[in-house]
Write a protein of this length. Structure first.
Length: 261
């Protein structure tokens, strides 16, 4: 066994899990980076991954690997930089143990500049059109209306919206939503009067316990497609799905200064 194997094992078990308490997503991203790098290095050097040394992963090979990510795999500069950050992280961890000169040259590889995607937002007429898609005669339509209105006002991510529970909604003095979001960050988002009214009606109908989902897939003991007043079936699933995708756009409250209708 070479010195690289125990360094990799210690990095994941000691550094990421024990010391940094990294999230499963971070660990998986670092794992995928090193899986790709070791496979690439094995092809370049003719060695089996278990035979690779830290010295084999020098700056020229890492540079060739980064070029392979962009031109061979079609990755964006942002993905390339994320892979490089994972490599840097392990090399910094191993720098005091072995091959300091090789590691120093790899750590000197800079990230590549990349353009930032333009973030757009929904206008007030677009929000009205989006909310008009829901069929408020059905349980699913009322749920989707409350979900879309909350998304438009707060700008929460789709994963944050689906992760909300009934206990995260506070509609008394200082109405707000408590959200556990990306990067294990907790934040509180205030609510407008209209959103409070819609959520209060939905919470009354939902009648869920604090730990239950705020926007469940189906009502308790019933079908989401059953109209509440004998009307037509709910909005088709595909149309509701498209509406939820639109709801993931950034909040007009934060981007344009406008409030949802």
């Amino acid at each position: 066994m070479t010195a690289l194997a125990p360094a990799l094992e210690a990095f994941f078990t000691d550094r990421l899990i024990r010391q940094r308490n990294a999230s499963p997503h971070t660990i998986a991203a670092y794992r995928d980076t090193w899986r790709l790098l070791l496979a690439f290095a094995a092809r370049q050097t003719g060695k089996q991954p278990s035979q690779l040394e830290v010295a084999d992963l020098d700056a020229p090979l890492i540079g060739a690997f980064l070029g392979h990510l962009e031109h061979g795999r079609g990755n964006s500069p942002r993905t390339r930089n994320a892979r490089l950050a994972a490599i840097h992280s392990l090399f910094r961890y191993a720098a005091l143990r072995q091959h300091a000169e090789v590691i120093a040259r790899v750590l000197a590889i800079p990230p590549k500049r990349s353009g930032k995607a333009l973030v757009t937002y929904l206008t007030e007429p677009e929000i009205k059109a989006l909310l008009a898609v829901t069929d408020n005669r059905t349980w699913a339509g009322r749920r989707d209306h409350a979900l879309l209105l909350l998304a438009a006002q707060t700008g929460l991510r789709a994963s944050e919206l689906t992760g909300l529970t009934c206990g995260d909604v506070h509609l008394s003095t200082g109405p707000h939503i408590s959200c556990h979001g990306k990067g294990r960050k907790d934040r509180i988002t205030p609510l407008t009067t209209l959103t409070v009214a819609v959520l209060r009606a939905w919470m009354t109908e939902r009648a869920g316990q604090p730990g239950q989902p705020l926007f469940p897939a189906r009502p308790a003991g019933g079908s989401a497609a059953t109209p509440s007043n004998g009307g037509s079936p709910s909005t088709p699933p595909g149309q509701r799905l498209n509406a939820r995708r639109c709801a993931a756009s950034p909040s007009p409250r934060t981007r344009s200064g406008t409030q949802p209708p």
